[in-house]
Ligand binder design. Structure first.
Ligand SMILES: NC(=O)c1ccc[n+]([C@@H]2O[C@H](COP(=O)([O-])OP(=O)(O)OC[C@H]3O[C@@H](n4cnc5c(N)ncnc54)[C@H](O)[C@@H]3O)[C@@H](O)[C@H]2O)c1
Length: 284
C-alpha cells in the first residue's frame, strides 16, 4: 500500500513534530486539532522551527515555504477522509483514544491505515474499536520527532503484514530507523527507560543528591545527552505518569509505580517544558 496523504490527529508537541517530519519527507499532511486556532498555532510553530533551520543554512527558504504549504490545518475530523494513513497523537489516555478510534473508523476511507503514536497503551484495545483491526498498528515516534531517528512499529495481534510493511515504509521515507515490536506496554524503549526515570525521582526524594547533580552524573557518567530530570521535563510529566501507570497495570512491577511526588507535580500543573515549569523553570 502506497501512502501519499497523511492525517495527524492531535497537535501537541508530538503531532506537530510528526507533521514537520512527514511534510519535509514530501507527504501531504492534514493536521487536525480540536480547534482551528490550535491547528494553525501548531503550523505557525512548525514554520518558526523551519525558519531557524533556514537561518542556520540547513534549509532553503523556498523549501520551508513548500513544506509549510504541504500541511493543511483543520478542526474537522471529516477532512481526514482521503488520507491513506492517519496517526493519532492525542493525550495519553486510553478512554479518549478509544472514542477517537471509533470516530476515525467512521470518517476514514476503508483502505486507510489508522495508527497510534501512543507511548505505552495497548494497541489492540484501539484496533478493536474499529471495523478494520487488520489495518491498525502503532507508529511510535520519539520526542522531538524531527531530531530523533527511531520509530517503533507496533504490531497488535490483528495487524496484517501489509499494514506493518506500509508503516515501516512510511517511517523509513521519513528518514527514520524502524524497529518491529510486539504490542506490550512500553514497547522497547519506554519499558526499559521509565524504571530508570522513576528511580531518579525516588533518589531525589531520598535526598541522595540534588536534581542538578543527578542530571550531571547521568550525562557525564553514562554519556546520556540529557539527565533524567531534563528528559522527564521534555517528555512531559503528565505523559510520564500516564506511561508509568500503563506499565504498572500491565506488568505489576513496583518499579513502574509512579513515585508520589511525580503525580503531585502533575496535579500542580508542573508538566515540564510544555507548561513552562517542571523540575526546571523554562520561563526565566
Ligand atoms: N511527549 C513525548 O515524549 C512523547 C513521545 C512519543 C509519543 N508520545 C505520545 O504522543 C501522544 C501525544 O503526546 P504529546 O507529548 O504530543 O502531548 P501534548 O500534551 O503536547 O499534546 C496532547 C494533544 O492532545 C490533545 N488532547 C488533549 N485532550 C484531548 C481530548 N480529550 N480529545 C482529543 N484531543 C485531546 C491536546 O489538545 C494536544 O493537542 C501521547 O499518546 C504520548 O504518549 C509522547
Amino acid at each position: 500500500m502506497d501512502v501519499q496523504r497523511l492525517g495527524i490527529v492531535g497537535s501537541g508537541q508530538m503531532g506537530g513534530g510528526i507533521a514537520e517530519v512527514a511534510a519535509k519527507a514530501g507527504y501531504e499532511v492534514v493536521l487536525r486539532s480540536r480547534t482551528a486556532e490550535a491547528a494553525e498555532a501548531t503550523l505557525a510553530g512548525i514554520d518558526k522551527s523551519l525558519g531557524k533551520q533556514v537561518a542556520k543554512g540547513r534549509l532553503e527558504d523556498a523549501e520551508r515555504e513548500a513544506i509549510v504549504a504541504r500541511i493543511t490545518p483543520t478542526a474537522e475530523l471529516s477532512d481526514l477522509f482521503d488520507c491513506d494513513l492517519v496517526i493519532e497523537s492525542v493525550v495519553e489516555d486510553l478512554t479518549v483514544k478509544k472514542v477517537l478510534f471509533a470516530e476515525l473508523d467512521a470518517v476514514c476511507k476503508p483502505s486507510a491505515i489508522v495508527a497510534t503514536n501512543t507511548s505505552t497503551l495497548s494497541v489492540i484495545e484501539l484496533a478493536v474499536q474499529t471495523k478494520r483491526p487488520e489495518r491498525v498498528c502503532g507508529i511510535h515516534f520519539f520526542n522531538p520527532a524531527p531530531l530523533m531517528s527511531l520509530v517503533e512499529v507496533v504490531r497488535p495481534l490483528t495487524a496484517t503484514d501489509e499494514t506493518i510493511a506500509a508503516a515501516k515504509a512510511f517511517a523509513q521515507r521519513c528518514g527514520k530507523d524502524a524497529v518491529d515490536v510486539k504490542d506490550r506496554a512500553g514497547f522497547i524503549v519506554n519499558a526499559l527507560l521509565f524504571p530508570y526515570l522513576n528511580n531518579a525521582v525516588r533518589m531525589l526524594d531520598h535526598g541522595t543528591a540534588s536534581m542538578e547533580d543527578i542530571d550531571t552524573a547521568m550525562r557525564g557518567g553514562c554519556n546520556f545527552p540529557l539527565g533524567p530530570f531534563q528528559l522527564l521535563d521534555l517528555v512531559g510529566l503528565d505523559t510520564s505518569v500516564a506511561i508509568l501507570d500503563a506499565l504498572y497495570v500491565e506488568f505489576k512491577d513496583p518499579n513502574y509505580t509512579p513515585v508520589p511526588s511525580l503525580r503531585r507535580m502533575v496535579e500542580a500543573g508542573l508538566l515540564g517544558r510544555k507548561s513552562g515549569r517542571g523540575f526546571y523553570d523554562y520561563k526565566r
